[in-house]
Design a protein around this ligand. Structure first.
Ligand code: SF4
Ligand code: SF4
Length: 383
């Protein structure tokens, strides 16, 4: 077993990242009670915190890579311990020493692809804007109302491209003067930062900020809650502030302003899954629900574990790139909750959630039971 104790600078790094805050932990164990991992297997963030306090973390094990940064334990902790930040510092150490267990190695591949191509999916940079070729989407130019920052999954992933198309169609229908950056867009860097690759995050962020400034960007529309979170809460670390709006908020804004008319019915029972980075991390719970409830014929039902208590899909914190055994996927539990409540469609607003849900749908053989949709796909059907 390799621990971090022999490396004195490493102990300093843990302290720096969590400050003295994690020392406040009095081992009550509440964090473990609310952690989604304990619904599928044993996992103790409390134990990791205890070990880190003494510099005795096992940096070569799987445990420091488990946290999906779902945000549930920090909000329950009576002592204000910053579990996510502490976990990131441990991953920074493991990354610095290039210690990755087998299940985490795909994240290293994602990192290499981010460095060379600006996306984690090993696609060519120059093909980033190809999804929009037949849709007559313009390249962003100064003076346009909004920059649509598409994000990596919606630019390249065959399933997620449908959501980029739906968003572009909605914007066109509403008469919005918008553009995209095409191959000048880089990954926002949110998830790679959570895996401990701080320098890669900084480099991606600087590139994006430079492009935004050079192109006179003021308002940014995003489809991913991860882009939303990092533009809103992390890019200000570089002394910049852009107006950021998530697609689920923007469609509501357009409806309320009378710019988006709903002309058709959607006669299905749906349930909405709160992505961690939209809900818990940014308090956006109402906008997507309000937008959905405006659709004629649609019946919205709530699952167990909704809003603040939402059950993580398992994709945050870079876990979207890591291997998770079939028996340990939170997304399977979520699909079962959607089925239990009688929903025909599980709607959400995050590319990671959709990717995990689509895979669970396949594994659980729920093809005839449940559809998985992004909120923009539903809106596109009724305008
Ligand atoms: S909830 Fe907070 S105080 Fe309690 S064990 Fe977890 S980190 Fe420590
Ligand atoms: S942030 Fe979420 S996944 Fe991470 S340890 Fe806390 S409850 Fe578990």
């Amino acid at each position: 077993m390799e621990t971090v104790a022999p490396f004195i600078e490493v102990i300093d790094e843990i302290k720096e990242a969590g400050g003295e805050v994690f020392k406040l932990c009095f081992q009550c164990g509440l964090c473990d009670t609310v952690c989604p991992w304990n619904r599928v297997r044993q996992f103790s963030i409390r134990k990791i915190i205890r070990q880190a306090t003494f510099g005795l973390t096992e940096i070569d094990g799987e445990d420091i890579w488990r946290c999906t940064t779902c945000g549930n334990c920090p909000r329950h902790c009576p002592r204000g311990v910053k579990q996510i930040e502490m976990g990131m510092s441990l991953r920074r150490i493991a990354s610095a020493y290039e210690v990755f267990p087998a299940s985490v190695r795909p994240a290293r591949t994602a990192r290499a692809s981010l460095i060379s191509e600006g996306n984690p999916l090993q696609f060519e940079r120059k093909k980033r804007g190809d999804w929009a070729k037949d849709l007559s989407v313009k390249t962003f130019a100064e003076g346009m109302e909004v920059l649509y920052f598409v994000g990596c999954y919606l630019s390249y992933d065959p399933r997620m491209k449908k959501d980029a198309t739906a968003t572009a169609n909605i914007l066109k229908k509403a008469g919005i003067n918008f553009g995209i950056l095409g191959d000048k867009e880089n990954c926002c860097g949110e998830s790679i930062r959570k895996t401990g690759s701080e320098e890669v995050f900084k480099s991606l962020a600087r590139e994006n900020i430079k492009t935004f400034i050079e192109n006179g960007v003021k308002k940014i529309l995003v489809s991913s809650p991860h882009c939303y979170h990092t533009f809103k809460n992390e890019y200000p670390e570089f002394m910049v502030n852009f107006e950021v709006v998530h697609a689920s908020q923007y469609v509501l804004e357009l409806m309320n302003a009378g710019r988006l008319e709903l002309n058709k019915e959607y006669g299905k029972k749906i349930t909405y899954h709160d992505p961690c980075y939209l809900g818990r991390h940014n308090d956006i719970y109402d906008a997507p629900r309000e937008a959905l409830q405006k659709i004629p014929g649609l019946e919205l039902m709530e699952m167990a574990d909704s809003r603040k208590n939402s059950l993580c899909c398992g994709g945050g914190g870079g876990r979207i790139w890591m291997d998770t055994p079939k028996s340990e996927r939170f997304s399977d539990l979520r699909l079962k909750q959607a089925k239990e409540v009688g929903a025909e469609v599980l709607v959400t607003a995050c590319p990671y959630c959709i990717t995990n849900f689509v895979e669970s749908r396949l594994n659980l053989e729920f093809d005839d039971v449940l559809e998985i949709k992004d909120i923009t796909e539903i809106i596109q059907e009724v305008i």
